[in-house]
Write a protein that binds this ligand. Structure first.
Ligand code: CMX
Length: 423
């Protein structure tokens, strides 16, 4: 496998580099933590290292030095290669990776049995995370570890688990859609199609524009450095040498929260409410009042604000560009455009949100809805399939680097009171 060959070339060099940095600069201070930061979700404390991507407050997501907006025409599996290796694949490497994914795509029958038995009112994210967890018994890393695996041999079984899981995720995710929403039988993975097109086809919505949208969706949500809830949880679980099935399932439970990945579902619900209430696209004044009512009732405007970003999310821009080209006259899309003209000013006026600009979730749902994926309860699953590329690439790298178990120190409020009384 060419991906393994490349990783075997790169990882010793990266490990050596990290060793040197630690040896020569290990005692340099890169961040401090104030009392407010300790109580405030560690916002801005630099205490993690992530090489797959960075999120610059004024630029957005940069994957291995390439701004995400420059990657919108790539296939998702090209992005996975980029995340792992730091380079886009050449034609041969891409074909090889696609073959690996196709060969590993068959989902064990017990997963379908379990999914079929689940209550139909279970959230699709709970279905997905359970399906991933029940496949833990397939873990090659855990099997080899139990047989006595040397630390220097972690790469191969971790990569095996990662590819096995990544390959099955579109089939499982699409199957969940078809089971939960009664869409008919499971559609099989087609070895002649790429990973993203397969996902679109297996959902049962195969129009050319929908395939393009799903590829774009999978590219845009691929990774967001490592401090966000889902990645942070995933890396913490993985640092205990729990295998990829445990770690990804855990991380995705965090993605299922409304302040994180679930915001895309909340956002579309919000937009549809607007459209229904005003029986179409409201005028600016009505929309402004509607948003103020939300804020005054103590709720958030979904799709706006971000813990790191301080500009319009370039992933939002990429979706807007797609919408302007493919469905400019759609009412839902028009509401998204209108909100963009209004919400940032309202949030600025409110004066609380540090970032009044839209994030990725503000536009994605409108496009999915337009092209036929109308069950917005499902949208976070799409986010999850994409983000698993970031999770798995970070697991592969961290485990190969021999990253230690994550264990920051906590202090009590009593400790803080005593500490501040002395300063
Ligand atoms: N609407 C209303 N209030 C908002 C807001 C929004 N869109 N964004 C931030 N605020 C408020 C916060 O709730 C907070 O209020 P309190 O002081 O009363 O607690 C205040 O502004 C300061 O928050 P912040 O420092 O600007 O933002 P955080 O880093 O704490 O939170 C985020 C970031 C994304 C959770 C927040 O902006 C939010 O809730 N946005 C709406 C939900 C959303 O779109 N989430 C998706 C994010 C992308 C993702 O992770 O998938």
């Amino acid at each position: 496998m060419l991906l393994l060959k490349k990783l075997k070339e790169k990882i010793p060099l990266w490990k050596e580099e990290i060793k040197d940095i630690n040896l020569n600069y290990g005692d340099k201070v890169i961040s401090e933590c104030t009392v407010s930061q300790a109580y405030g979700g560690m916002r801005g404390v630099k205490s993690l290292v992530c090489d797959t991507s960075v999120v610059e407050p004024d630029k957005g997501l940069i994957v291995r030095e390439i701004p995400i907006i420059d990657l919108v025409d790539k296939l998702p599996e090209e992005i996975f290669h980029l995340l792992c290796i730091g380079e886009l694949p050449n034609e041969e490497e891409l074909k090889d990776l696609q073959k690996e994914l196709s060969n590993r795509s068959k989902v064990p029958s017990y997963v379908w049995n379990i999914l079929e038995l689940m209550p139909r009112d279970l959230h699709p994210m709970a279905m997905l995370n359970t399906a991933i967890l029940v496949m833990q018994k397939e873990s090659i890393f855990t099997k080899r570890y139990n047989e006595g695996l040397s630390k220097k041999d972690y790469l191969e079984p971790t990569l095996e688990d990662s590819l096995n899981l990544l390959a099955k995720l579109p089939s499982i995710a699409a199957g969940i859609y078809r089971i939960k929403f009664n869409r008919g039988g499971i559609i099989n993975y087609d070895p002649n199609l790429d990973w993203g097109a397969n996902y679109a086809k297996m959902l049962g919505i195969g129009s050319e524009n929908f395939i393009k949208l799903i590829r774009l969706y999978l590219v845009l949500h691929c990774d967001h450095e490592s401090g966000n809830v889902s990645q942070n949880v995933c890396n913490t679980v993985s640092s205990a040498l729990s295998d990829a099935y445990y770690a990804v399932s855990a991380g995705l439970n965090g993605l299922a929260g409304p302040l994180h990945g679930l915001a895309n579902q909340e956002c579309l619900r919000f937009i549809i409410n607007i459209k229904d209430k005003f029986e179409g696209v409201p005028d600016d004044e009505d929309l402004r009042k509607f948003c103020w009512d939300i804020l005054n009732s103590g709720r958030v405007v979904p799709g706006y604000g971000h813990a790191v970003l301080r500009v319009t999310d370039p992933r939002f821009t990429a979706f807007m560009n797609f919408g302007k080209e493919s469905c400019p006259d759609d009412d839902i899309f028009k509401v998204v455009e209108k909100l963009y003209g209004i919400v940032p000013n309202i949030l600025k006026e409110m004066g609380k949100a540090k970032n009044p600009w839209p994030n990725v979730d503000a536009a994605s749902g409108a496009l999915l809805y337009h092209f036929g994926l109308k069950e917005f309860e499902y949208y976070t699953v799409l986010f999850a399939v994409s983000r698993s590329m970031g999770m798995l690439s970070q697991i592969i790298l961290n485990r190969s680097f021999g990253a230690p178990i994550i264990r920051p120190k906590s202090v009590s409020t009593k400790w803080i009171k005593e500490f501040v009384s002395k300063v």
